[in-house]
Ligand binder design. Structure first.
Ligand code: AMP
Length: 279
């Protein structure tokens, strides 16, 4: 497995693969990898001849008050993990490599980014759409792999690919959880022991909401009401949002029916965690 840090080096490798007509799977990440990322690499490994994992803490998707500087990083451990899963290349550019001094082109979208995370973190999705577009152009993958954990991101990337006629398939993969239910996240490392226990309120609320819907409850206000009540009972938790939206348009819905997404972002102390279920 190779670790490359320049776009030129990666393009050279891609050119070689294309000449041999090999299929390419791309797994975009911000690193500090865990089994959630691992499941995407494994899926990519199964479907493609070659697998590229990008590890890039993308500065333009962080607002000034967010955790860009402190976001956890461990390239050595990530490399060993990717190699053990059979990745071929890690692409790990410096920010200056991705955004030169006069960088001025952004990929933005309306509608899907205005709800959920877009309400409180408006910089996020423009930065995500832009970096993914760049990674798709550089890597020219046949398929790119994303976790359902970031459900809004997955919906947005699918839409962008369709709107801009990008020539690749977007593959969504299920949420990987800790044994006790907490969705795996690089940001879980921020949690103190007490906060780690409190963070279980997210998955508990998700499982509760999911069961209500499975049992036939379709009124969003009833389902969300009970989920919010559970979260509010945890003193360390502060709700950013708990909402039901249409799974394709990301617009709020009052009746939960497929394709729907019930998603939440909750602060546990200073750490913002997300979780969701799809119907
Ligand atoms: P990140 O490094 O947090 O930007 O995540 C990179 C990719 O891994 C995204 O597509 C995430 O949705 C996915 N991912 C992160 N955590 C999980 C998880 N617990 N289960 C499945 N996919 C995940």
């Amino acid at each position: 497995m190779k670790v490359v840090s320049t776009i030129a080096e990666l393009k050279e490798i891609i050119r070689g693969w294309k000449k041999e007509d090999l299929s390419i799977g791309l797994v975009p990440t911000m690193g500090y990898l865990h089994e959630g990322h691992g499941s995407l690499v494994t899926a990519a490994r199964k479907d493609n001849d070659r697998v590229v994992v990008s590890i890039f803490v993308n500065p333009i998707q962080f607002a000034p008050n967010e955790d860009l500087a402190t976001y956890p990083r461990d390239l050595e451990k990530d490399s060993a993990y990717c190699e053990s899963l059979g990745a071929d290349v890690i692409f790990h550019p410096e920010p200056e490599e991705m955004y030169h001094k006069n960088f001025t082109t952004f990929v933005d979208m309306t509608l899907l980014t205005e709800e959920l995370g877009g309400l409180t973190r408006p910089t996020d999705f423009r930065g995500v759409c832009t970096v993914l577009s760049k990674l798709f152009h550089i890597t020219e993958p046949d398929r790119a792999y994303f976790g359902q954990k970031d459900a809004q991101q997955l919906a947005i990337v699918r839409h962008t690919v369709e709107d801009l006629n990008m020539n690749l398939e977007i593959v969504g993969c299920p949420i990987i959880r800790e044994e006790d239910g907490l969705a795996k996240s690089s940001r879980n490392t921020y949690l103190s022991e007490e906060e780690r226990k409190a963070a279980l309120v997210l998955s508990r609320a998700v499982f509760h909401g999911q069961k209500m819907v499975a049992d036939g409850e379709t009124d969003a206000s009833v389902v969300l009401g009970e989920m919010k009540q559970m979260i509010e009972a945890e003193p360390l938790a502060k709700i950013d949002y708990v909402k039901a939206v249409d799974g394709l348009t990301m617009q709020q819905i009052t009746e939960i029916k497929a394709p729907a997404l019930v998603a939440m972002a909750v602060y546990i102390g200073k750490t913002r965690l997300i979780d969701n279920f799809i119907v």
